[in-house]
Design a protein around this ligand. Sequence first.
Ligand code: ATP
Ligand code: MG
Length: 127
Amino acid sequence: MKKIEAIIRAFKLDEVKDRLWSVGVGGMTVTEARGHGRQRGHSEFYRGAEYPVDLVPKLALEIVVNDDEVERVVEAICDVARTDQTGDGKIFVTPVEEVVRIRTGERGPSAIHADVREARLQAYRRS
Ligand SMILES: Nc1ncnc2c1ncn2[C@@H]1O[C@H](COP(=O)(O)OP(=O)(O)OP(=O)(O)O)[C@@H](O)[C@H]1O
Ligand SMILES: [Mg+2]
């Protein structure tokens, strides 16, 4: 299992969320974040203006998936979140040791796997 942490532009959230649902993601955590990349936040635009401070508001998405889903999810995020301007964001992938669904006590991949995942994925591939 892997955790995909994606730092994205806030206005891209709905589109990213919809695409992730389509490719079978069963859950995510979204946190408001502030940060900078290699331009240190300068020459980055937010709501039409160059941002006056060096930490620009972003959203951080955390998504835990099975190993065989990583590429599909990373590609989906890149595809939707890209504007081709500096500050589009970054994606970090790290190993996850354990996942527990609290309600049932299920552990590991079955605790992240959504029952409807395959159906959604097939519908997406047909679209
Ligand atoms: N090395 C890093 N470690 C942790 N977070 C980072 C790192 N680089 C970027 N981020 C986060 O991602 C956000 C967007 O980064 P950004 O897209 O500007 O990266 P970049 O490397 O400067 O690429 P670009 O040249 O396309 O702007 C930052 O505001 C910050 O929250
Ligand atoms: Mg940058």
